[in-house]
Design a binder for this molecule. Structure first.
Ligand SMILES: *[C@@H]1O[C@H](CO)[C@@H](O)[C@H](O)[C@H]1NC(C)=O
Length: 138
């Protein structure tokens, strides 16, 4: 299997509105798989306000990293608190636990698309040629 990334878990989307366009806060949790045997599995949890990611947990790194002053402060606190164990628990409980389910329910049931391109005689004399592209026989 080629190296690919599948995002299977989007756990929390919370929005804070202000004015017509509003500001958006969201947290996104991704399980990233690079092989079926769970080698290199990675949990990424991102905290984003107004399109700026200010904290990220990366299970390969094993801790939170802050990207703004506020993010750095929170990352420091969360790395010492129960949040860190919570993230590592998510890796086991969600990412590793769900992998075989996602593989058998989704990945193993997908097929490579079959594409056929054919040249046919155009119906009128206006076009010099006509190509028909069909996918999966339909
Ligand atoms: C997580 O950290 C590892 C090790 O630094 C890095 O190789 C990987 O790209 C990071 N993943 C993301 C999505 O940032």
């Amino acid at each position: 299997m080629s190296m690919s990334i599948f995002c299977v878990s989007l756990t929390l989307v919370l929005s804070i509105f202000s004015g017509t366009d509003g500001y958006f806060y969201h947290m996104m949790r991704q399980c990233r798989y690079s092989s079926k045997d769970l080698q290199g599995i990675e949990l990424i949890t991102s905290y984003v306000f107004n399109q700026a990611e200010y904290i990220r947990f990366n299970s390969t790194v094993g801790k939170y990293v802050g990207y703004t002053e506020y993010g750095v402060k929170n990352a420091e606190a969360w790395n010492k608190g129960p949040e860190l164990a919570g993230e590592l628990g998510e890796l086991e409980r969600v990412c590793k636990h769900n992998a075989p389910i996602d593989y058998s329910a989704i990945l193993d049931k997908t097929v490579e698309p079959h594409v056929r391109l054919s040249s046919v005689a155009p119906p009128s004399g206006r076009h010099p040629a006509m190509l028909i592209c069909s996918r999966n026989g339909s």
